[in-house]
Design a protein around this ligand. Structure first.
Ligand SMILES: CC(C)(COP(=O)(O)OP(=O)(O)OC[C@H]1O[C@@H](n2cnc3c(N)ncnc32)[C@H](O)[C@@H]1OP(=O)(O)O)[C@@H](O)C(=O)NCCC(=O)NCCS
Length: 176
């Protein structure tokens, strides 16, 4: 239950960070390239070596060039604040690797990245997109349900090299 409290009042914001309405309007979301590796590594994956982020983005851009996916970076005034990608499997399209830099969470960045990737999926004529989240990640699951993704199935997947854990897949039908 929300109790009528503005979610954006829950987290103190630094002076550098604007409120959600102005933030969404000033956010740029575009294809992520290997040139974004350093900025994305610092913002989103500080635990990865930069070279690994560079290789990851190279791989995704090779897939994108073949029409098999689309990696997206979210930037605020030129600074990287989030990432997500659309992957086209043989029989499904999936939004994955969604991440927002910790200081920028709960301000609509994740929602904006998902909306951008859904627009891309519609432009490609896709009729359905899936998204998955570990059952141990209720915040992400709540966000996806709030955006209209409906639960489909739970399967055990090995995430980040750990032991297999239950992951829920949700899907959204798309109208072009
Ligand atoms: C999951 C994740 C990507 C969501 O990104 P985000 O930018 O925080 O998402 P949003 O701000 O769009 O939405 C999240 C919250 O803001 C609220 N919100 C966003 N925009 C809003 C708006 N315009 N009005 C009111 N509420 C809003 C949502 O209700 C939600 O509430 P919560 O704080 O209780 O979760 C981010 O938390 C993250 O990077 N987590 C770590 C990595 C991860 O778990 N990735 C997902 C793997 S499946």
């Amino acid at each position: 239950m929300r109790l009528g409290v503005d979610v954006f009042q829950r987290k103190p914001r630094t002076q550098a960070q604007p409120g959600p309405a102005s933030l969404a309007a000033r956010l740029a979301i575009r294809r992520a390239t290997p040139d974004d590796a350093a900025a994305l590594q610092r913002a989103c994956w500080p635990e990865w070596p930069e070279v690994a982020v560079h290789e990851f983005l190279e791989r995704l851009n090779t897939s994108a060039a073949r029409g098999r996916g689309y990696p997206a970076a979210a930037l605020f005034e030129g600074a990287a604040v989030g990432f997500g990608q659309l992957t086209l499997w043989r029989d499904a399209a999936e939004i994955g690797d969604l991440i927002v830099a910790p200081a920028w969470r709960s301000q609509g960045v994740g929602t904006a990245i998902i909306a951008h990737l859904l627009d891309k999926a519609r432009a490609w004529g896709l009729t359905r997109v899936e998204i998955g989240a570990a059952m141990s990640n209720p915040r992400a699951l709540a966000l996806y349900r709030r955006l209209g993704f409906a639960p489909q199935r739970v399967i055990d997947i090995q995430l980040n090299g750990g032991a297999p854990e239950p992951v829920m897949y949700l899907a959204m039908p798309l109208k072009s």
